[in-house]
Structures are given as structure tokens and as C-alpha cells.
Design a binder for this molecule. Structure first.
Ligand SMILES: *Cc1c(COP(=O)(O)O)cnc(C)c1O
Length: 398
């Protein structure tokens, strides 16, 4: 997921244009900015790319999640169904909304299992928040039907899946709202940035206002704008948006290279008995930022991770032992440790995360490794990598 591999003159030119006017703020200063609106232009590009009717860019993917939850009216005491395999930001966003994260198992897509979600629905459930992990999709059509049937808001965390599609339609556009991240290690990056997309004008207006202290952004005099709601500051700066604008135009090229590199490596690994792959509900739509593969058992997976690192195959993640992405190692969540005091209503309403065990998810994650697909690999790099990986994996599964 490395947009940073492609920084070049395009990014420099966009940033330079902002510095020339001196207008780093995304709103107002109409005369001084000489027609340069980077955040707006980035929103237009994202709308074109995803097919969403509306897009609002903001300061991060975490902010995008907070904005989407707020726009959907999710708050104190509401339950939101989440997966145990994600970046912790997903869970933090729910907690900071005053809502209760309720965990449901993942399936072999490595994303929320629709059956597990259905079992987790209770009288306080208000939303389902699937995460399209490692560049590819959940069974998003089934999750969408489930949310429709139960009257729940579907909010997609597509932070890791910008550019990915399911049956030709962009991930992030199946839910009431979809969230993207453009942080330093995502498919495209602008340093810090994110976006929410939606087809619904009402939710869009709420998102737009919430992220800028409730400003309704009607008219050209900022001092006289209406403020229908309270909000906060999740604005993106024009400098970050400028980098994002250059990057978003490279999305097609990034996807093409990632897919080609992934296809080659996957073919090599498929020849190893004992190696299987994550299920992709629509392989064509995979953004191919990662190659995720499964070993027969946890012990073999752990040995494979060690041996691959020793063989110089970098960029392989064994999430099960990593502190950031899987529930098993989230001791701070298990202890509900927050710098801010959490609302009483939340504490009384939360399940005891300390005792929470998700055996089906553990069984999958204990066997899974994911390798980051880089854009700058040469054909020789790819051949060497395929050979080294095949040798290690044949050996550990023998
Ligand atoms: C990166 C990421 C986020 C948060 O995005 P930031 O821009 O870093 O705040 C949220 N969810 C997932 C799944 C992510 O990978």
C-alpha cells in the first residue's frame, strides 16, 4: 500500500501552487487563492474514482470514522459491531463517539463474517462497521442486506482499500458512509488525510459541517455562515490535499503494478502444498496491496514468519503477534485504559473485553501471514523473492 514510493514532480508542483498563494486553509480567501482549491479538487477526483455522489476530505482516516459515526447519529450507549482484525483506530472511533464496540468473528475473507454479525445483533445495535482489511473486501453484499433487513447503519472502514471494488463498485460506497485513509503507508498518501463518501446529501452535509465546527459552508462570507450543529475540527490543510491530489491521479497506475506483482508471487506460492490463500469474494476487485496466505497451523505460521525474515524476505506481517492490528494483543482495550475518563454509561454497557475470546478468529489469524506488495520491485527482485519464499515455505510445510 505504498503511495510514497511514487513521490515526484507531480506532488511538488501541487504543493508549490499552494505555497505560491499562501492560502493553506481549505475554505474562504477566495481572491487570494487564485482559483486554487486543492481539497475540493481532491474531493472531485475521489467522487470520480469511487462513483460516490459526495465526498468530504478530512484530516485522517480516524477522523473520517469519527465523522461518519457522528453523521449517522451514533452516540452514547449505541452498539456498533466491529471486527477483531483491524487497526485500533476503528475501535477508538467507536469509543470516542461514546458508543460500545461489540466484536464479531471474521471469516476466511479476514473481514467480518456476516453470520457472526447476525448473531451479534441486539436491541442496542445501531451500526455495523466492517473493515476491508489489507486491500480487499468483506462479503459486503451480504453485510449490506443484513443491515437493510435490520435497519442498521452500514459504515465501511475502507481505509486500507482505496481503489478496491466489489463487482465493479468501489468499496466504501456500499454503506451509508465509507471511510478512507491517506496516511503515510496507505495505497495513496498525503501525509495525513482521509475521506468520507456517501450518496446521501443529508449525511454529506452533516459530515461536512461536523468536521468544521458546524459551519454550513453556504455563501462566501465565512463570518455569516449558518451553524446548524455543533462539531469539531477535522479539517485537512491545502498542503496535504495538494499531495493527495497528485497521488489520487496515480491510483490507476498503482493498482495496475500491485496487481501484476501480486499475481506473480501468488502463482509461485500456490505451487507449495500446505499454503492456502485468503478468500476474495471478487478477486478482480482486490487492490492487491497485500498477499495474504495461510499455513496449516499456528506453529508453522510462526516458523514461516521467522524463516522468511531470516531469508531477507521483508514486509511479511504475522498479525497474531503484532500489537497494532489484532484484538489478542490489545491490552489497553482489554483494560479499557483511556487518558480521558470514559462515560459511565459506556463502562456499564461494555462487554468485559478482558474475557473476550474469539476462537474462530484466533484460528484464522494464528495461521495467516500478509506480505506488503511494493511498487518499486524490479523483475529480478520479484524472481528472487518468489524463489526465496517458495524455498522457505516448502521447507516449513514439509
Ligand atoms: C490506517 C487505518 C485507519 C486510520 O487512518 P489514519 O489516517 O491513520 O488515521 C483506520 N482503519 C484502518 C483499517 C486503517 O488501516
Amino acid at each position: 500500500m505504498p503511495g510514497f514510493e511514487l513521490f515526484g514532480d507531480e506532488e511538488r508542483r501541487e504543493v508549490q501552487q499552494v505555497l505560491e498563494t499562501g492560502v493553506l486553509f481549505r475554505y474562504g480567501f477566495d481572491a487570494a487563492r487564485q482559483g486554487r482549491w486543492k481539497a475540493r479538487a481532491l474531493e472531485d477526483e475521489i467522487k470520480r474514482l469511487t462513483g460516490a455522489a459526495h465526498c468530504h476530505v478530512c484530516s485522517s482516516g480516524t477522523a473520517a470514522l469519527a465523522i461518519a459515526l457522528a453523521a449517522c447519529g451514533i452516540g452514547a450507549g449505541d452498539e456498533v459491531i466491529v471486527p477483531p482484525f483491524t487497526f485500533i483506530a476503528t475501535i477508538e472511533a467507536v469509543l470516542h463517539a461514546g458508543a460500545v464496540p461489540v466484536f464479531a468473528d471474521i471469516d476466511d475473507t479476514l473481514c467480518l463474517d456476516p453470520h457472526a454479525v447476525e448473531r451479534a445483533i441486539g436491541s442496542r445495535t445501531r451500526a455495523v462497521l466492517p473493515v476491508h482489511m489489507c486491500g480487499a473486501m468483506a462479503h459486503i453484499d451480504e453485510l449490506q442486506s443484513l443491515c437493510d433487513a435490520h435497519g442498521l447503519a452500514l459504515i465501511e472502514d475502507a481505509c486500507q482499500a482505496f481503489g478496491a471494488t466489489f463487482r465493479g463498485r468501489a468499496l466504501g460506497t456500499f454503506g451509508r458512509m465509507g471511510c478512507f485513509s491517506f496516511d503515510a503507508v496507505k495505497t495513496i498518501t498525503c501525509g495525513e488525510g482521509g475521506a468520507v463518501v456517501t450518496d446521501d446529501t443529508t449525511f454529506y452535509k452533516l459530515a461536512d459541517a461536523y468536521s468544521d465546527h458546524g459551519h454550513d459552508h453556504v455563501g462566501t462570507d465565512r463570518g455569516r455562515e449558518g451553524h446548524a450543529i455543533l462539531g469539531t475540527n477535522y479539517r485537512i490543510s491545502e498542503l496535504n490535499a495538494a499531495v493527495g491530489l497528485a497521488q489520487v491521479r496515480k491510483t490507476g497506475r498503482i493498482l495496475e503494478v500491485q496487481r501484476r506483482h501480486k499475481r506473480l508471487l501468488k502463482k509461485a506460492l500456490a505451487a507449495v502444498d500446505g499454503v492456502t490463500f485468503r478468500t476474495l469474494p471478487d478477486p478482480e476487485g482486490d487492490s492487491a496491496t497485500f498477499l495474504s496466505f495461510l499455513l496449516p497451523d499456528e506453529d508453522t505460521a510462526r516458523r514461516a514468519a521467522t524463516r522468511l525474515a531470516e531469508a531477507g524476505v521483508d514486509g511479511c506481517f504475522y498479525w497474531y503477534d503484532n500489537n497494532w492490528h489484532y484484538l489478542r494483543k490489545w491490552d489497553h482495550l482489554r483494560g479499557m485504559q483511556s487518558a480521558a475518563r470514559l462515560p459511565q454509561e459506556l463502562l456499564s454497557g461494555t462487554p468485559d473485553y478482558r474475557r473476550l475470546v474469539l476462537a474462530p478468529s484466533d484460528a484464522l489469524m494464528g495461521r495467516t501471514l500478509s506480505m506488503l506488495i511494493k511498487l518499486t520491485w524490479t523483475p529480478e527482485d520479484l524472481a528472487r523473492r518468489a524463489q526465496a519464499m517458495t524455498a522457505v515455505l516448502q521447507d516449513v510445510t514439509a
